[in-house]
Structures are given as C-alpha cells and as structure tokens.
Design a protein around this ligand. Structure first.
Ligand code: HAM
Length: 428
C-alpha cells in the first residue's frame, strides 16, 4: 500500500466539509452555553486500563492501543466519558456540585468503516456530575432535542430505556453482573433469541424467562402505554419497577420541557457501554439506522476510578453522523462565504490595494487579496468560483479619485464609490 494513501477509516475534510463540521460544532458550543456547561479539554491519549474499565467489550476490542517510548500501555480515546470521570475522581473531586462539563473533538475506534462509521470521528459530549435526580436526566435529553432543532434536523426521535429494568430482573434472578453484561451485549446487538438462550443457561427461572419474553415484546408509539405495560409485566421484580417509575418521571419532565419531543420508550433497549446504571437513550432519524447520539446515567464510574461516590448523567452526539443526516434530509448546510475579493489593476495599484486590505480587515471584513498578478477578468472569474460576495476593483484612475469600483458578485451590479462609503456598505 502506498504511503501516500490515507489510512483506512480516516478522512480529510476539504474546505466545504470542514465548514459544515465547524458549523455543527459551533451549534454544540452554543447549546453548551444555553444549558450552563463549561468546556474542558482533555488529552487524546489515556492509559489503556482507564479506558478499558467498564467501556464494554464492543469498545475494548476496538481501541487503538500502543506502548509509548516509556513502555506505558496507551490508547487513543474512544470516548470522552472515561477521561472526564477520571478528572472527577482526581483534580475536580472537591469542586462544588453540580458540575456541567462540555467537550468536543475527535475519538478513535477500530470499527469496520462503512456509512456513518469511521475510525476517527467527532463528538460533542456533555456530562452532569453530582445529581441523581430525574431533572438532571431531563436536562441531557432536553439539550439533545435543542441541538437537533437548532441544526434543523427533521423528524428525529429519542429512543429511551432504563438498564435498571433488565438488570433489576436479572439481579433478583441472582445473575451476577459479568453475566448480565453478556446478556445486555446481545440485546445491544438486537440478538433477542440468543439473549434468552444465554439467560436460560445462566439459570434464570422459567418465570424470569417468561417475563423477559414479555418485556422484549412490548412495543408502542405511546410512551405512557409502554410504561404501564412494563410496570404490569415486572410487578414481581421490585427493582425493575423502580426503574420504570424513574423512567416515567424523566419522560414526564421531558414533555414539560418541550411537547414536541418525540420519545419512544423501549424496555428491552440496551447500549454497548457497560457503565450505565439508569436511564439510557439514543437519537435516530428515519433515513438512517445508526444513532446520531447516545447517552445515559452512570452513577458508579467515578467511584470505580477511586473518586467519591458521584452520580452522573451525560450524552455524546456524533457530529459526522449529524452532518450525514442533514445531507440525507436535504437540509442546506451551505454556509455563505462573506469574503471580498480585492483586485488591483496593474502593478502600480498594488501598494494601495495592500493598504486598503489592511483597513478593511481592521474593520472585520474578510478579504481575499489578489496575489497572482492576474488580469481583472481572470481574477473576477476566480472570485466567482470561490463564491466571494463582492469584488473591489481599483486601478490608477480610481485611486486618483480616492474611489474604488465595488461589484456585487451575486447581483452582478457595480458602482464607483468612495472609501468611506465602501467601509459602510461592507460592514453592513
Ligand atoms: P456511544 O453511543 O458510543 O456513546 O457514541 C455516541 C455517538 O458517537 C453515537 O451515537 C454516534 O453518533 C457517534 N459514534 C460512535 N462511534 C462512531 C463511529 N465509529 N463513527 C462515527 N460516529 C460514531 C458514548 O460515546 C458515550 N461516551 C456517551 C455518553 C456520555 N454517555 C454518558 N456520557
């Protein structure tokens, strides 16, 4: 393989793709501000052991792992949550709660490259530490809804569940945690039958298996009906019932936050990561069968990293997938370039043009200076191709009159104006 080829699963973002990604990233940062999250920046690499704890088999086997020159076993981060929980267990352990932390950047997973699945991808990640109340879960769901609305994602829904439903039942059936994880992994892969077989092999009672089957079969577009049915099916499993009640409270708060929030409750829903202890959710659009985001409550992770017992809930959105969804839904992602081409006519006009470019930039106007010595018509053709909004043309005649020709490249109209008027027009 040629060393000049890009590494499999990696992508180059050319200017228009980079602009789309940064546009989405800017929206995630705005939403962080709206919900009171402060940004933190953590390293791209961490100790393998930190990232491997509770990340779940799915991610653990797909990490980029290497030894550094000091012999440490290092991995590229496959997610933000472990790094942020590490901070909560150490540097931030005495910070007053709640703590709302936002991060964005690239993550690395050795996934099989395909539509919407890359080996390097972007997330916006939000975590709330210190609250075990359903209001905190509702904030995470609400900000996710808000972000999708802000980016004009059409027709999306939030699929919700609670790991306490299945874990509650399995714990009462005396299935140990490691074995529960195996069952939940099968459910995450939608292998319902295999999950039942495995549960049987772990000595779940006949009543337990019947209950699991009933839970797997509950489907309804109306969240309250799903919750009612689940409650009925689970009535003999107390901790399962508690999980359903908790989920109900969160769903009700979400409805208060926005009655437009489209929620689908699925009691059999599981996620690949093992650290979840309560509500879990993912975001979907009809055009794609992969999630645009996912998250949930994880009340034990900080403690597992040696910190205080700290309840936590969070979400990560896949920026690459949001961009794909917008493309699929034909939502314009084109960001109009507000840039002005500045074209001197002839060598003599160059110093004046350089001076003017400086004055314009001081006023915050974006200027692309003609630096190829081309004729006016060539330079204008190029400015068109590059989608500049205006061109300023200045030759000795214009300079003598202390004026410039301002051409609007969208309407194709041009007029001779003096410099002060030029500033005013472009600043507008
Ligand atoms: P996750 O479900 O592994 O959760 O990832 C969240 C989102 O990242 C996915 O919904 C998807 O949009 C995007 N994503 C994941 N893998 C890829 C990939 N290979 N290519 C493109 N996009 C991808 C987490 O990462 C948790 N840390 C979320 C969380 C935060 N839970 C609590 N706090």
């Amino acid at each position: 393989m040629s060393k000049f080829q890009r590494i499999r699963g990696m992508r180059d973002f050319l200017p228009s793709d980079a602009a789309k990604l940064r546009h989405i990233e800017a929206a995630t940062r705005d939403v962080a501000g709206l919900y009171g999250f402060a940004e933190i920046i953590t390293p791209l690499i961490e100790h393998y052991d930190l990232l491997a704890v509770k990340s779940g088999e799915e991610i653990k086997t797909r990490m980029y792992v290497f030894n550094d020159l000091g012999g440490r076993k290092i991995a590229l981060r496959p997610e933000f949550t472990a790094s942020i929980a590490r901070l909560m267990a150490t540097t931030l352990r005495n910070e007053p709660k709640p703590l709302r932390l936002f991060s964005t950047g690239t993550l690395y997973r050795y996934d099989e490259p395909q539509f919407g699945r890359y080996r390097e991808f972007w997330q916006s990640n939000y975590e709330i530490f210190g609250s075990k109340r359903p209001e905190a879960d509702a904030e995470i769901l609400s900000l996710t809804h808000q972000l999708m609305r802000k980016l004009e994602v059409q027709k999306f829904w939030l699929k919700m569940g609670d790991v306490g439903i299945l874990r509650g039942l399995l714990t009462e059936e005396e299935v140990e945690e490691e074995r529960q994880n195996r069952i939940l992994q099968l459910l995450d892969a939608k292998r319902w039958e295999d999950a039942l077989k495995t549960a049987k092999s772990f000595k779940v009672s006949t009543k337990g298996i019947t209950t699991l089957k009933k839970i797997f079969a509950i489907k309804d577009r109306d969240p309250s009906k799903v919750l009612q049915k689940t409650m009925k099916v689970l009535k003999d499993y107390e901790s399962g019932v508690n999980a359903v009640e908790n989920l109900e409270e969160i769903v009700n708060l979400c409805k208060r936050s926005s009655d437009e929030m489209d929620i689908l409750v699925e009691p059999r829903f599981a996620r690949g990561l093992e650290y979840y202890t309560g509500m879990i959710f993912e975001v979907f659009v009809p055009e794609m069968d992969i999630s645009l985001g996912g998250g949930g409550r994880y009340d034990k992770l900080v403690e597992m990293f040696g910190g205080e017992s700290t309840p936590a809930v969070g979400v990560a959105h896949g920026l690459d997938r949001i961009s794909l969804a917008l493309e699929k839904q034909n939502t314009p992602q084109k960001i109009l370039r507000q840039v002005v081409a500045l074209v001197p006519i002839g060598e003599k006009a160059v110093p004046k043009a350089v001076e003017l470019a400086s004055q314009l930039r001081k006023r915050g106007i974006h200027v692309e200076m003609e630096i190829m010595g081309r004729t006016v018509s060539r330079a204008l053709q190029d400015a068109d191709r590059r989608e500049a909004s205006h061109a300023i043309i200045m030759g000795p005649k214009e300079i003598a009159e202390k004026k410039v020709m301002l051409r609007d490249l969208r309407t194709r109209q041009q007029r001779l104006i003096d410099i002060q008027e030029l500033f005013k027009t472009l600043e507008r």
